[in-house]
Design a binder for this molecule. Structure first.
Ligand SMILES: [Zn+2]
Length: 79
């Protein structure tokens, strides 16, 4: 076991006893090819950011489609 854990996100030391942290194992075809340690908070930030990025990318594709669809169908409603 390594005696010093460094967070791969913020590069600060992880205090095993005080901090909440996660250990992520990287498997390739059943083989453990790497391990990463991160503060729980850093991991959450990373997950949130990548989700946001994925959402933004999708939104950029979807919104023009919706605009197009609405334009094509007229979408005019008279009361
Ligand atoms: Zn960290």
């Amino acid at each position: 076991m390594k005696d010093k854990l460094i967070c791969c996100k913020c590069n600060n030391e992880i205090d095993r006893k005080r901090d909440r942290w996660v250990n992520v194992r990287d498997f390739d075809k059943g083989e453990n090819v790497g391990e990463k340690d991160m503060h729980l908070q850093c991991w959450k930030d990373m997950a949130r950011r990548s989700m946001q990025k994925a959402f933004n990318e999708k939104a950029n594709q979807i919104f023009p489609m919706i605009k197009n669809m609405m334009g094509n169908t007229g979408m005019v409603q008279n009361a």
